[in-house]
Ligand binder design. Structure first.
Ligand code: SF4
Length: 121
């Protein structure tokens, strides 16, 4: 079984971990290098279903800035990040917008909404 190198991003220590599937127990992982149990949970998530929160900006008209910062309110599957960025790049909205406003509901069917991360008058 191939060993994957991973860095836990759950705290500033950034433990460098070695992760591989146990040959005699499919689905179970051997995790080394973590300094706490959170690293094991992170390794399982990252190994089986890696996700990312997407942050970006969209074009906004009638506001005092030309672009509105946005992010997904939940992480989405890592494999959909480029598709999500492409979708977000085509969005244009009209101001004003309040922080937390949903810009795209259920982005790419992920059950995650794209929301405004600041208010623009
Ligand atoms: S394994 Fe624990 S101590 Fe290490 S980076 Fe992750 S959360 Fe921090």
């Amino acid at each position: 079984m191939e060993t994957k190198e991973m860095i836990c991003i759950l705290c500033p220590l950034g433990c460098k971990m070695q992760v591989k599937e146990k040959p005699d127990r499919p689905g179970e992982l051997s995790v080394r290098g973590q300094q706490c149990k959170l690293g094991v949970d992170y390794a399982y998530d990252e190994y089986t279903n890696p996700t990312r929160t997407v942050t970006s900006t969209v074009v906004i008209h009638n506001a005092h800035l030309p672009r509105l910062p946005v992010k997904t309110d939940k992480p989405i599957p890592k494999k959909l990040v480029f598709q999500a960025v492409d979708e977000i790049s085509r969005v244009e909205i009209k101001g004003p917008v309040k922080i937390g406003t949903v810009i795209i509901e259920n982005l790419l069917g992920t059950d995650s909404n794209l929301i405004a991360t600041r208010t623009l008058e």
